[in-house]
Design a protein around this ligand. Sequence first.
Ligand SMILES: [Cu+2]
Length: 377
Amino acid sequence: MSARKLYRYVVNVQSDWLAADCLASGGMVVSCAFPTSRETLDSVPPPRRHLASRIALLGLGMLVACGGPYPQSTLAPRSDFGVAIDRLFTGIFWWALVVFVVVEGLLLYSVLRFRHREGGPAPKQHHGHTALEIAWTLAPALILVFIAVPTVRTIFSTDKAAPDALRVEVVGHQWWWEYRYPDLGIVTANELHLPVGRPVAVDITSADVIHSWWTPALGGKRDASPNHHSFLGFRPDSIGMYTGQCVEFCGASHANMRLRTFVESDSAFEAWVAMQRSTPAPPETGSAEEAGRQAFQRYGCIGCHTIAGFSSGTIGPNLTHIGGRTTIASGMMMNSEEHLRRWIENPPAMKPGAMMPSMHVSATDLTPLIAYLQSLK
Ligand SMILES: [Cu+2]
């Protein structure tokens, strides 16, 4: 308790005062107890003391927000859909700025020009000024039209697939993404590969609860709902790796449900496709990888994971080419020996609520098991 401070935290809700005793730690409110009786509410003093420091904090926060670079920004669009949204945002931003300047200008003018002067006369009152009333009814309506027309036009222009689009199916799972390319016969997870310049038609659904798929640089987000298919179409225009994540709260590891989208040159994408379609050769007899493959069977990993030519479980991600992924556990950790070790030892310890239980793999089995997984390129 010594390092913590008890703050009297006051929140103004629609001209009424709601008071709460809040336990604060390191600048974060940890818990609040709201009093119930009217007397306690009335006895709370207004929050004057911390005003200056709060304004300073807010200013600091806004300054920090001006930094960068931010990997997940819609303001650096890398697809036609992303550009369309950005253009819409910029247009609406300028309209909002005009409204802000006009309204605040009039407000400031009125406050200063008609302020109370000792002994001065009350300002002249205006009631029922028809021209003014027509003006301030029409002006907002017109501004809304200027916002609505481009918005609706953008919605219609982005809701259909181009005929030559590459089809991709996205299935959200707690807490990872399954990717299928129905025309290419590829099933993979968490890391999507797309060729630059080619339109993509993404079909999004869920195997359990509602998730939402979003790679901010590539355009809009779409809910992944069970028994429902959402469409997302875009054409990536720049080579690069773009991160994204689940944006619909879906349980304990919602924030650990990340994703990576690799936009590649045609040749790099073709090479990736060829690799994904190949079946990994069985490990050499007597090798560590072969011992690892046996462990993969013995510990029941085969019940949940597909490895082409070997196992066919579908509860967890397809591991046929797990060695070729840059991350594991839905973009949570880099794909390294150390992380694979910690993951397989105890997945829920790395990722709260993970649907893969600890399989109690012995230390002697773990090393060859990891060697086997890493050999699956
Ligand atoms: Cu999710």
